[in-house]
Ligand binder design. Structure first.
Ligand SMILES: Cc1cc2nc3c(=O)[nH]c(=O)nc-3n(C[C@H](O)[C@H](O)[C@H](O)COP(=O)(O)OP(=O)(O)OC[C@H]3O[C@@H](n4cnc5c(N)ncnc54)[C@H](O)[C@@H]3O)c2cc1C
Length: 284
């Protein structure tokens, strides 16, 4: 074969989840799902070659809506574009920090095409930290129907629940009682990859005691992760100066953020600790 000739790519447009699933099985090893295509196009420009078959999920319009469920959770279809998520009234009302986080992703043009599902499957997408802090769950269309799991389990594993599984939706539990916080630091205000991203969800009991808390740090090439050791340090405690000093050290250790050409590990860990501590100080 002449290696200088690009391999033509066929694009399939299944009309149902079942059809998309069967196509993926049939074209096993030579195909990939594509949603908005923004990440894949960027990867292609960086030299990643498309497989011979792309299975577009664009026709699966049932995966592109946002609704409130009977228990007060919000269900977001994985194919919902980022701009619709950002501006949706339910998201703005019930999880404004998610709307804020999505507003830091790329530009309006990318957000109009890119999907929330694609952002999660990116592995380092900027929607992940706040979704982790909000304890989101993922649902997948698999061999034996829909299966769901915690987003935190997915990020630790970094692969779909089952080979060829299709991410169908993201569910955020009702968060009416708590306080959410998100912050992305880049080298400029917008249209920039993150250097550090942190997020937090916290519920207080009486006398300023922390009832429950979820803390997340990521940024750059670092997969966002829950800092469970830090969380354990805080539950059932009041936020004293001594506790916050100890927490600062623990965040730097446990986040284990690594450096790259844009920022050193020490810079990232210090910024993550400072952002989280500043927020905790403001709510005590
Ligand atoms: C100029 C530019 C700037 C960007 N800036 C940012 C930024 O600041 N922050 C950020 O987080 N991201 C950024 N991105 C990355 C990307 O645009 C977003 O993460 C976007 O949300 C990806 O969604 P998509 O639908 O386009 O994914 P796609 O490119 O279609 O797919 C991404 C991956 O997910 C898989 N996939 C997608 N949907 C499903 C599904 N439902 N089930 C199974 N597999 C699926 C695909 O096979 C592929 O592997 C940027 C991209 C560009 C081009």
């Amino acid at each position: 074969m002449d290696v200088s000739m690009p391999v033509p790519t066929s694009v399939w447009q299944p009309g149902s989840l079942e059809e998309a699933w069967s196509l993926k099985k049939e074209l096993d090893g030579v195909s990939q799902f594509i949603a908005g295509g923004t990440l894949m196009q960027m990867q292609r420009e960086q030299g990643v070659v498309f497989p011979p078959h792309l299975i577009s999920l664009e026709q699966l319009r049932e995966l592109a809506d946002i609704e409130e469920t009977v228990d007060g959770s919000i269900r977001i279809g994985a194919l919902t574009d980022l701009e619709t998520c950002r501006t949706h009234l339910l998201v703005k009302k019930m999880c404004p920090s998610l709307s804020e986080a999505i507003g830091t992703i790329a530009s309006p043009a990318v957000r109009n095409r890119g999907t929330i599902g694609g952002n999660i499957l990116y592995g380092i997408g900027d929607a992940i930290p706040i979704l982790l802090a909000m304890d989101a769950r993922l649902s997948w269309f698999c061999e034996n129907g829909i299966r769901s799991e915690w987003l935190s389990d997915y990020v630790n594993r970094q692969e779909s629940l089952e080979e060829g599984a299709i991410l169908t939706d993201i569910t955020i539990p009702s968060l009416v009682k708590g306080h959410c916080f998100f912050r992305k630091i880049g080298r400029r205000e917008t249209f920039i990859p993150s250097i550090v991203t942190v997020a937090m969800y916290m519920e207080m009991a009486d006398q300023n005691v922390i009832r429950s808390i979820r803390i997340v740090a990521g940024g750059g090439v670092n997969t966002p992760r829950r800092l469970r050791g830090c969380e354990e340090m805080l539950v059932g405690k009041q936020l004293t100066d001594d506790l916050l000093s100890a927490l600062s050290i623990k965040i730097k250790e446990e986040s284990a953020l690594i450096g790259d050409v844009f920022a050193s590990a020490n810079y990232r860990r210090t910024v993550a600790a400072n952002l989280l501590l500043t927020e905790l100080q403001s709510v005590r």
